[in-house]
Design a protein around this ligand. Structure first.
Ligand code: NI
Length: 131
């Protein structure tokens, strides 16, 4: 497997306020807010010193992150890894004990590229994105 860190996913309750706060720390927007209607979240990408963060904010009561938001509040919650061999690496991770928590689905905030979320008993959640 050759995985490359793509971004760190960061849960935020109030996305506009969070964007302003990250800007004060020196982050700049690399992709303005996008509404993901599959997951019912607003997403914004920001960058600082080569580190890319993805702000994810619930846009509805039944968004995919509403449960996580209650548990974690404002917090980083996944690292996304990019792979040129999506299907193979996905299968390898599953056979290594990662459990898929959804199926590969296009991500509107990432140009429609396929992503899947997996969880590990010892690592928590990761995201895999097709390179
Ligand atoms: Ni992500």
């Amino acid at each position: 497997m050759t995985l490359k860190v793509h971004h760190i996913g960061y849960l935020v309750k109030k996305i506009d306020a969070a964007i302003s706060s990250f800007e004060k720390l020196g982050y700049h927007i690399t992709q303005d807010k996008v509404y993901d209607d599959i997951r019912k979240v607003n997403i914004c990408f920001m960058e600082k010193d080569g580190y890319c963060i993805e702000l994810v904010s619930p846009a509805a009561e039944d968004s995919v992150v509403s449960g996580l938001m209650k548990r974690y509040k404002n917090s980083p919650y996944h690292i996304c890894y990019e792979t040129d061999d999506f299907e193979k690496d996905y299968m390898t991770l599953v056979s290594d004990g990662f459990v898929a928590i959804d199926t590969p689905t296009p991500a509107p905030a990432l140009g429609g590229r396929e992503v899947v979320f997996l969880t590990s008993a010892v690592m928590g959640m990761i995201e895999l994105i097709k390179g």
